[in-house]
Design a protein around this ligand. Structure first.
Ligand SMILES: C[S@@+](CC[C@H](N)C(=O)[O-])C[C@H]1O[C@@H](n2cnc3c(N)ncnc32)[C@H](O)[C@@H]1O
Length: 313
């Protein structure tokens, strides 16, 4: 049970208005690209969908700017969906569960902290019949304390990043969690595969979709798409391009991020392709950090600030 002082502490830390941001570190997080991507988006209020939510950087930024008339947020990862739904529906319970992890971890010395990390890591949600609140707290705890904040899963969908040994990992980031909770209050959150998108979009009258799939690797050593057991091969990229063509036929505008390579350029050759420059933060080898090009593909012409040539016939 949390003590009275814990409850008091959890009640007083309130975020500033519309100050939401991702509350998890996430590979491929869009934080550093938001300005460039938003320049390419339609103006006005959006009935919005994001089928590859991850840490949700784009969603929170658009919500902060009051750009959204409605929002549908999806991901295939049960952990992403659990943590996002629990934060929306049960923020106090989540904060308390996380506070328990925080206390247990911080009171230990370095060796014992590692042991606690691996104990939590080995307790897989489906083996231990965890509640969604426990599952969400586990994910946030592991995300803050693992090496590089890299959420990586093996082929059986088991989180397998090692311990990170940070002296002050800020496990209970209450202000950030409360700010994200505010942003999520009216969002619909679903566990869904991207292949279900056209039907979901049609039923809800969605008029704009931002797609940020696991990137197609530009080289064998840059395969950072191991989110859900690493299952996003070239055939999935091709199916996604077909889903985008279907949305286009439905008259739904979309913007898609991916790596800049000939395979992706070829898949989307009928649409407008812009290059954006992404600072790449997560890499095991420090000398491989550095800027890389990504593409932003869209099926509509620009309105407003920048006029772009649209490559479609
Ligand atoms: C590049 S990340 C998205 C990052 C996000 N834009 C951000 O700012 O953090 C890709 C996401 O796609 C999800 N994903 C992988 N395969 C999927 C599928 N078949 N359908 C839907 N989501 C999938 C992963 O779980 C991951 O969260």
């Amino acid at each position: 049970m949390p003590s009275a002082s814990t409850s008091r502490r959890l009640r007083v830390l309130q975020p500033a208005l519309r100050s939401a941001a991702p509350f998890m570190k996430w590979v491929g997080g869009k934080g550093k690209l938001l300005g460039q991507l938003q320049e390419l988006m339609p103006t006005g209020k959006l009935r919005y969908a994001e089928p590859f939510l991850g840490g949700g950087a784009m969603y929170y930024s658009l919500w902060n700017q009051d750009r959204l008339a409605s929002a549908l947020l999806c991901d295939l990862s049960p952990d992403v969906v659990a943590v996002t739904t629990v934060l929306r529906d049960h923020p106090e319970e989540l904060l308390l569960a996380l506070d328990t992890h925080d206390r247990e971890y911080m009171r230990r010395d370095e060796v014992e902290r590692a042991a606690y990390f691996y104990l939590v890591r080995e307790r897989h949600p489906t083996d231990h019949a965890m509640t969604d609140i426990e599952r969400a707290a586990r994910m946030l705890f592991l995300n803050r304390t693992c090496f590089n904040g890299l959420w990586r899963e093996n082929s059986r969908g088991r989180f397998n990043s090692p311990h990170g040994r940070y002296p002050a990992p800020n496990i209970l980031n209450e202000v950030k969690l409360r700010a994200a909770h505010e942003a999520l209050r009216e969002a619909e959150v679903r566990r869904s595969d991207f292949r279900a998108l056209p039907e979901l979009v049609a039923r809800r009258g969605i008029d704009f979709v931002y797609l940020d799939p696991p990137y197609h690797p530009v080289s064998l050593s840059s395969s950072f798409n191991a989110y859900s057991g690493g299952q996003f091969p070239a055939s999935a990229q091709a199916e996604l391009a077909e889903v985008c063509r279907e949305l286009d036929r439905m008259g739904v505008r979309w913007l898609l991020s991916n790596s800049d390579c000939s395979f992706i350029r070829d898949l989307y050759r009928d649409f407008d392709i812009q290059v954006v420059r992404a600072p790449r933060a997560v890499n095991c080898k420090a000398d491989k950090r550095g800027d890389v090009d990504e593409v932003a593909v869209r099926n509509y012409a620009a309105t407003g600030r920048r006029l772009l040539s649209v490559a479609r016939g």
